[in-house]
Ligand binder design. Structure first.
Ligand SMILES: N[C@@H](CCC(=O)N[C@@H](CS)C(=O)NCC(=O)O)C(=O)O
Length: 198
């Protein structure tokens, strides 16, 4: 069975867990603590980052966007549409969600890994302004939620799950449509809820 190096809180890991579940691919989830650079994680990915998908052939697939493309090929397009325009939209949605998570992670890591007197507020503000713009765009144009969704909607839901976990009360104001969108996603795809960041 394929294995997934992941952590429960990681938004990119959540995206992959949700995408694999949605696509009906079974996997063994293996928790990796990136803080201690575990040897098996480093052997799979010299960057020491999660998620990493390990195929039955022992191949390591990373990063998370490469994994969703890989899972899509394994399932004959369960995660991305064939239509080129629709596919580009789905890939852009995933890129927006991943980029949003990059900013959130930069924010979290700045505060987690630097001594308090070295935390650079303008850097935090710059990251947060990107987060705000991305969330405003999503609130103004929430992605459609048809029966068949793509890795794009899944990535957005995972990113909102990370916001709910690490930034509760800091992003929802003025974005009621987006908050409702997340609730609707969970109602429509209850099987994915347990895979959200926690
Ligand atoms: N672009 C990567 C980002 C992966 C990433 O930054 N993962 C975080 C956890 S959420 C990580 O492994 N951090 C540990 C580190 O940077 O050392 C992806 O999409 O998979």
């Amino acid at each position: 069975m394929p294995r997934l190096f992941h952590s429960s809180a990681s938004p990119y890991s959540a995206k992959v867990r949700m995408a694999a579940t949605y696509a009906g691919i079974e996997f063994e989830a293996v928790v990796a603590d990136t803080n201690v650079d575990p040897a098996d994680l480093i052997a799979a990915n010299p960057l020491g980052k999660i998620p990493v998908w390990l195929t039955d052939d022992g191949e390591a697939v990373y990063d998370s966007a490469a994994i969703t493309q890989y899972l899509n090929r394994q399932t004959r397009n369960a995660l991305f549409p064939r239509n080129p325009v629709k596919r580009m939209e789905a890939e852009r949605m995933e890129a927006l969600a991943d980029g949003l998570c990059d900013c959130l992670l930069a924010h979290v890591y700045e505060r987690r890994f630097r001594p308090q007197d070295k935390v650079h507020q303008p850097w935090l503000d710059r990251q947060w302004s990107k987060v705000s713009r991305a969330l405003d765009e999503l609130n103004a144009n929430p992605p459609k939620l048809p029966k068949k969704i793509t890795a794009g909607q899944i990535a957005i839901r995972a990113a909102l799950g990370y916001l709910a976990l690490r930034f509760p009360g800091e992003w929802e104001k003025g974005r009621a449509r987006l908050v409702r969108w997340a609730r609707r996603f969970d109602e429509k795809f209850p099987e994915l809820v347990s895979q959200l960041p926690k």
